[in-house]
Write a protein that binds this ligand. Structure first.
Ligand SMILES: Nc1nc2c(ncn2[C@@H]2O[C@H](COP(=O)(O)OP(=O)(O)OP(=O)(O)O)[C@@H](O)[C@H]2O)c(=O)[nH]1
Length: 355
């Protein structure tokens, strides 16, 4: 029953912060991940810099399997419908918010969308570290945008001294208390922070990306003097054959720590729902569960990956371990799944949620 949903990421930030640079970085380092991009006009993205395989109307297909469309907000649903067609085979869609609409408005439109093939993939705000104070003074709405962000990229880290960078980062963290915050130069964040690599890194043989060629590639992330994206976030993985207790997992998720940007994987709730495993997708404060029957012959494991910045990995592991069921004396009660079902779209058992 599961059709993979395509995460839709909103990319926002003030004029000149580096959105286009970051988009180009994502497209160039796609390596098998098929990215759909929506922009205001092609000039924004500098399509010429990449191989254009073909153009139909306002849609351009790129040589690396990615796709770019120039749209305005009124066309959002229409283009989402086109981009999410199975034959297009996109893995992720990125919408550049500039000029399209207020970022929060775009997020609302996505969350309200009736397109079942998409899932909200987070609001990323790019800020210019060198111009941050001036931008805030001129555009007080910056603070509001940051407060809504799931991930803030403090870009142009190369343009400010370390001390000033720290001040910007601290200010951002105070304005966007729940967001993950990462620094970057030239928008070079690790794409994996935003979406899954479809082709695992170790299976890409002999394929140097343009990024590798220009900046050098270093698995260990750093000794060559470049601000490498690899060390910019923490990943915590959990794999356990012990079912999780729905109430304790929900307590963990409801209180999940600041800086935890994404959670993905599958959960086994054991006796609370023996027939199904629960796909989990969280980005920022957004959370969804999708129950699906256990595939025949598949080992019943809970497998989770948590991605964030500045998170305490050891504490997270401990909290997750505390969600495991402790034998027959710790079986979930009859209503234990209600908290989970609130996050299953269209669930029949979904209790009425009053706004
Ligand atoms: N030094 C430095 N320059 C950068 C960095 N990121 C982007 N730039 C430059 O900053 C300028 C603006 O970058 P863009 O990526 O076009 O910014 P944008 O947010 O897309 O701008 P608009 O489309 O006008 O809203 C360009 O000249 C980039 O080359 C960075 O990290 N460091």
């Amino acid at each position: 029953m599961t059709t993979q949903q395509i995460p839709v990421v909103v990319l926002a930030g003030f004029l000149g912060a580096g959105k286009t640079t970051l988009l180009n970085h994502l497209l160039r380092s796609a390596r098998g991940t098929r990215i759909g991009v929506m922009v205001n006009d092609f000039g924004d993205i500098g399509i010429d810099a990449m191989t254009v395989a073909g153009q139909v109307g306002s849609t351009v297909s790129l040589g690396n399997g990615c796709l770019c469309c120039a749209v305005d907000a009124s066309e959002l649903d229409e283009y989402l419908e086109v981009l999410t067609r199975p034959e297009v085979r996109l893995d992720v869609i990125v919408i550049e918010a500039s000029g399209l609409a207020e970022p929060q408005e775009l997020v609302r439109m996505l969350l309200a969308s009736e397109n079942e093939r998409i899932v909200y993939g987070g609001l990323i705000e790019v800020v210019d570290a060198a111009e941050f104070a001036a931008t805030r003074a001129r555009h007080p709405e910056t603070d509001r945008h940051l407060a809504a962000a799931d991930l803030v990229v403090v870009n142009k880290a190369d343009r400010v001294p370390a001390e000033a960078l720290r001040t910007v980062r601290e200010t951002v963290a105070a304005l966007a208390p729940r967001a993950a915050v990462t620094e970057a130069a030239h928008g070079r964040i690790d794409p994996e922070l935003l979406f899954d690599r479809v082709v695992p890194e170790d299976e890409i043989e002999g394929q140097m990306s343009i990024e590798d060629i220009l900046y050098g590639y270093d698995e260990t992330g750093g000794a060559d003097g470049h601000a490498h994206p690899h060390a910019a976030y923490d990943t915590v993985s959990l794999s356990t054959a012990t079912p999780l207790h729905p109430r304790r997992l929900m307590a963990f998720l409801d209180g999940r720590p600041e800086g935890l940007y994404r959670i993905k994987g599958f959960v086994d709730f054991g006796a609370a729902d023996p027939a199904n495993r629960y796909g989990v997708h969280a980005v920022g404060r957004f959370l969804r569960f999708r129950p699906e029957p256990w595939p025949a012959g598949e080992e019943r494991l809970t497998q989770l990956v948590l991605i964030g910045t500045g998170v305490d990995a050891a504490a997270l592991r401990k909290e997750l371990a505390g969600c495991e069921q402790n034998g027959p004396g710790d079986l979930p009660d009859d209503h234990a799944m209600w908290g989970v079902l609130r996050y299953v779209p269209g669930s029949e058992d979904e209790p009425e949620v009053t706004a």
